[in-house]
Design a protein around this ligand. Structure first.
Ligand SMILES: [Zn+2]
Length: 252
């Protein structure tokens, strides 16, 4: 049976930065790939209206997912205002029920901005709540299997106090870096902004610097790092290692 991965970020390019390599490798193993962002990234501009930039960034997210034959979803929360509240949690529960994933990637619970941290908490609790019948989400049936949940790296692989984030699964993405680069480059509205501002291709360079940093720790050229949610009721088997074998270095 085809297995399914769902990567959820706060903003349209978050999962491309932190998990596109692992997504590409899972795709090569025959997995179905879905990506999502809670917001359309409507604050990611200095010049366009919220409506204009949202339209552009939804299309960029869909194009990036499309490179893996995948589907992108936007949950239409507001950029900079993602709250852990009932409406947002219901949206994420509905998404989990629709996609019915075996494996979920979420933002780090400790990251540089609250949108990421609140998304992390929403995804964790939506994975748990998706099977509860007394939480209705019209059009989507309860999903009774709690998926394997992994947290992606925070920006700079550091928490908001500047402390390096531990990882328990480092995925060697060297062989698919070119796919990850193409996926990230789909987010041209963000890349061009930084290009104009810095005069160098900071958008793609930052991703590669991060990959090299984790790669040094994992004894390969480029790596992505993940931390598995191992709390009560979540599956403990390391699905990433099971699927990707030697490409995954575990710290445990
Ligand atoms: Zn973000």
């Amino acid at each position: 049976m085809t297995q399914t991965v769902l990567a959820i970020g706060a903003h349209p390019d978050d999962v491309e930065f932190m998990a596109a390599g692992a997504l590409a490798l899972l795709r090569q193993k025959g997995w179905e790939v879905h990506t999502a962002s809670l917001t359309p990234g409507d604050c990611g501009t200095m010049t366009r209206t919220r409506e204009e930039i949202s339209r552009i960034r939804r299309a960029e997210g869909a194009a990036a997912a499309g490179l893996l034959g995948g589907t992108y979803y936007c949950l239409e929360c507001d950029d900079m205002f993602i709250l852990y509240d009932r409406p947002a949690l219901l949206k994420v529960i509905g998404l989990i029920r629709r996609v019915r994933p075996d494996l979920v990637f979420a933002p780090s619970p400790d990251d540089y901005m609250a949108d990421h941290e609140n998304t992390s908490r929403l995804v964790w609790n939506a994975c748990f709540a998706a099977g509860i019948p007394n939480i209705p989400t019209p059009g989507d049936e309860p999903f009774h299997r709690i998926p394997c949940l992994y947290y992606m790296d925070p920006v700079d692989a550091k928490d908001k106090y500047g402390v390096p984030t531990p990882a328990d699964a480092m995925v060697d993405i060297s062989a698919v870096l070119y796919i990850k680069t193409r996926m990230l480059a789909c987010h041209a509205s963000q890349r061009d902004w930084l290009l104009a501002h810095h005069g160098v291709d900071e958008y793609l360079d930052a991703m590669k610097r991060h990959g090299r940093l984790r790669g040094r720790q994992a004894n390969c050229e480029f790596a992505e790092a993940f931390r598995q949610h191992r709390g009560h009721s979540f599956p403990l088997d390391n699905l990433l290692t099971k699927e990707l074998g030697d490409l995954v270095r575990t710290a445990r």
